[in-house]
Ligand binder design. Sequence first.
Ligand code: SF4
Length: 580
Amino acid sequence: MSPNTEQFVLIPGRTSTQGTTLNEGKSTAGYQQETGTLLMAENDMTRVGLAEGQHVRLTSAQGSVEVPCRKGRKGELPDGVLFIAYGPTSSVLMGGDTHGTGMPDSKGLDVTLEPLDAVTEHVAEKKAKRGKTDAAGTEGEPITTTVENATCTFCGCVCDDMVLTVENDHITKAKNACILGKAWFLNHDADETQPTAVVEGRPASLEQGAARAAEILAAARYPIMYGLSDTTCEAQRVALAIADRVGACVDTTTSVCHGPSGMAFQGVGETTCSLGEVKNRADLVIFWGSNPADSHPRHFTRYSLMPKGRFVPRGRKDRTVVLVDVRKTKSAAAADIFVPIKPRKDFETLWALRAMVNGVRLDAGPLEEETGISMEVFEDLVQRMKSCKFGVLFFGMGLTMTRGKHLNAEAALTLARDLNQYTRFTAKPMRGHGNVTGADNVVSWTTGYPFGVSLGRGYPRFNPGEFTTVDTLTRREADAAIIIAADPASNFPDPAREYLKTIPSIVLDPKPSMTARQATVRFTTCTYGINTAGTVYRMDDVPIPLRPAFDSPFPSDQTVLEAIEANLAGIAAEPTRAAV
Ligand code: SF4
């Protein structure tokens, strides 16, 4: 190791720019710059002797990357903590071991940082200053329509009050959408140069693609199905029928975000409520390891902070808002109280809160040393939680993705349960993808479990860490994959990504993602919510209908999956599949 290296804790996470550039495309300079730039505390940069834009080498137990570094916003990052937006760079540093949970550690990574000599110019930044691309020219007057009460499916808020202006086959305005929602609606024009299907590198029809996909799945001894969170419940239902028919392991993107919450619900249950109840009743709102200002921008205004409700008639003035996090994110500006917690000490902090809520006396010194939080702050928090009329704790991936995972989520859920001895208190996960909650629901109502389910023996078995996709790929067990609306080739740990390249895969995606480009059979599908109707679930398990804006030349996920299922019905089932 070089004498100049220093140890840091790296916290990858979401940013709003990552979300908007994601919709423009992962190959754009904007996305690559956002996900390939390291943020550091100013003190750390000065101490290490780094200049703005200077490259550093980050090395974890898994891999190494070279990235330019920049100062974080003032006060955002404590000393010793680094931040990078989720993306291909952060994935290189993640390991494939999920510790029996299905989810690799993707936050709180131990890394060494080594300064590199050159201050490299931001080439990507220059590229990002590109002009806006005009929409495809259209002969004559454009036909303009308006779609009222359309639904945004970019994040788990699933806002259903969009007013879309559509000119020919292009959305030009998305009234009421946040910055992420606008990027979602304005960047989903169909690329008509793409074929409907590509089979082994050659353009094909839907029928040819479906026939080849069915052959691959029928011949596999250990097929896996992954994704499902960015499609309709109707498509998810057909996907589950295929999985049942071929005895696949079914897993959704839940396993790499709120999988630990799903495990915790099964372990300790949940006290829950709808976002409507939060809006109308909550007078204490705690965000723990979540940063809605970047990841769910309208959560504050629609549900949790600002709206006036029946029992909180003055809206924000009737609420106390607390943010618990390892870094002072943008959301901290909206909170009354910011509680900075030591990285990877969520479980200890929640367990101490449980003890205090239940009347156990704790020693102030060791408590502060362990968690970074003083006894005064603990006591104030406990008093507020016990005396509020309706409290809610929204927990994010800062809690579920750090070490402890489902135990962290269990601690949050049991704290909420304990508080119901005194008042009404609930705990809810901040779900990310538009219909990841729908995926949990459809997989649960079909198999009894939310994700990481094997149907290989003809009946469902749930075992995160065994049947979850990172594990089945890292252990090199799967021999075929069907991936629906997800891009594991760009966000899984390296061992899983490398193995995925070696097995036949079928991919359904509106965009030519990295996973789609390496697929044996790839289908270009239309975008749910923009081109197709259907149902999605909001993060609080409330189903919401979709109102499409314009027709696409490409089939829906549901249509493609129905075609594959029809082909499978014509292929005799392999009698020996039950062995896996
Ligand atoms: S908060 Fe989420 S669902 Fe609502 S408009 Fe923004 S991205 Fe879309």
